[in-house]
Design a protein around this ligand. Sequence first.
Ligand code: SF4
Length: 206
Amino acid sequence: MTREDVATRLTELAQQAEACRNCALGSSRTRAVFGVGNPEADVMFVGEAPGFHEDQQGEPFVGAAGQLLTKLIETKLGLKRADVYIANTLKCRPPGNRDPLPEEVEACKPFLREQLTLVNPRIVVALGNFAAKLLTGSTLGITKLREREFKMRDGTPLMCTFHPAAALRGGNAANGIAADFEKIKAALDTLPEPSADGSEQLGLFG
Ligand code: SF4
């Protein structure tokens, strides 16, 4: 697919998410928060779910956690926020920022699956427990998962780190996320260039 084809399909999917009522969150959200960024990004971040500010603005990671994510992208990866692609596991805000329910994650999964397929990044980064568990299929917590190496079904490296909101609270997560972004940078620098054969990507997670 060309960059324009990918961008067009992502826009169509965003419109579908805006109209989606496949779980109860579709009735309580202000706006769906589909995703944002470069449709041909080398790095795709997957977080948990929209918070208050994201729900109001329709864009992921725009509050304090988003500012930290942007700073890490710029200072650790040497990229701009617009160079990467950012999405969440859930496209709609759970009331009161409660944890996503399993049926909500299941209902929303097709959107994320197609985003991953379309953007086809060279590295996927799961931010926090929910994204890490969904993408790895593991029941382990983020502290363990961030120490392990994973690949998506198509072989794309998958790295796990703390959610920026957890890092804002300080402690291990603050130091850990900075160290993990250095690992992401090192992995990016050593990955082979993507093939330009235009081969189709199949499902990336179950
Ligand atoms: S969270 Fe996902 S599945 Fe649920 S209504 Fe929103 S877009 Fe649809």
